[in-house]
Design a protein around this ligand. Structure first.
Ligand SMILES: [Zn+2]
Length: 345
């Protein structure tokens, strides 16, 4: 590593020599499982009851969805672009009971945990956690800052947070909570937000949700429950979601693993802060990370250019496969991250 190395490269499999090969077998197994689960959960799928789904209007601004034409149809879901606020969302969502049951007995758990505990994956996730925690420095004004992670999975962010001096609490509904504790993330609790939160602390200096917000059918509800739990003014909410403005996801379209039951909202660098503003948060920092540049490079350059032109009209198009930094600078990375502060009053 040189002194000028981009710290984001440390958690971008496309930028680490040999990483794809190390991940290949475990990812192949995980993706196969994920695809089977997606198909069975989809509206009309084998494990989806006839009354498991309902239709809805825009979850951000309430704009009526009935007359909207889908921009993409995949796995029984119709994705709509809200003409009012710009959010992309599914017309269909699972009703609450069906959605919670899904997390409790997810078929993905065993394969998901195998992936998340594999050596190369932990390497990537740990580097990513350190980068994310550094963006939360401003929330660390107090001597012993507290961090809550909603959906802490196997606990990597909690573990890295502990090493950096955070008091960490995590909530996780799946069996991953147990794995997190066995890895040393002692603050990992089995349960759901907000019902299973411990009595103390009553406020957190930072609350993180990594790949969680897109799973809530009513994201404004969850954000409304988070806001009073943050330390006033200095508290920070950290969000990671898949970036709907990513060219690979858009070129993959209906074949993308991102477009699946359980992902009810598809956020962009523009629509995420818009939703958060409605819930009383202002954006402190918005960034996209993870280039997936090698997978993008499997598409012909002309397709990549056309896709980028539609996502960023007027941008000077790359004449070769864009670099990771080029994608990040234009908000086109695979993952979208945001740090948000509660607006007073
Ligand atoms: Zn809307």
């Amino acid at each position: 590593m040189t002194a000028t190395a981009d710290p984001r490269d440390a958690f971008d499999a496309a930028m680490l020599p040999g990483m794809r090969d190390r991940l290949a077998e475990i990812y192949r197994r995980y993706r196969a499982r994920e695809e089977a689960v997606s198909q069975s959960l989809a509206p009309g799928g084998s494990s989806s009851a006839p009354d498991a789904y309902r239709t809805r209007d825009c979850p951000s601004c309430g704009y009526k969805s009935a007359a909207l034409q889908p921009v993409l149809e995949a796995r029984g879901l119709a994705l709509l672009d809200c003409p009012e606020c710009g959010l992309t969302y599914t017309r269909q969502v699972m009703v609450k009971a069906a959605d919670s049951a899904r997390y409790k007995e997810s078929d993905l758990d065993a394969e998901g945990i195998r992936l998340r505990c594999s050596e190369p994956y932990v390497e990537l996730e740990s580097a990513r956690a350190r980068y994310y925690l550094r963006t939360l420095e401003s929330a660390r004004a107090v001597a012993s800052p507290s961090l809550l992670e909603i959906g802490c999975g196997t606990g990597t962010l909690l573990l890295e947070g502990q090493l950096m001096g955070w008091h960490c609490v995590g909530l996780e509904p799946s069996i991953a909570a147990q794995v997190a504790r066995s890895r040393g993330a002692t603050g990992a609790i089995d349960g759901y937000f907000p019902n299973d939160l411990p009595a103390e602390p009553q406020r957190y200096d930072a609350i993180a949700m990594l790949d969680v917000l897109e799973h809530f059918a009513e994201p404004l509800d969850i954000l409304g429950q988070i806001r009073p739990l943050l330390t006033p003014s200095t508290g920070r909410l950290f969000v990671q979601v898949p970036n709907w403005d990513n060219p690979l996801i858009r070129l993959d379209g209906a074949a993308s693993p991102i477009v699946a039951p359980g992902h009810w909202s598809y956020f962009t660098p523009a629509s995420l802060p818009m939703l958060l503003a409605r819930a009383g948060f202002r954006a402190v920092h918005i960034e996209t990370v993870v280039s997936e540049r090698d997978r993008l490079g499997a598409y012909p350059l002309a397709d990549i250019q056309r896709c980028i032109a539609s996502l960023r009209p007027g941008v000077a198009l790359p004449q070769d496969l864009p670099t990771a930094a080029w994608l990040y600078d234009r908000g086109l990375g695979y993952k979208l991250i945001g740090t948000f502060a509660p607006i007073e009053g």
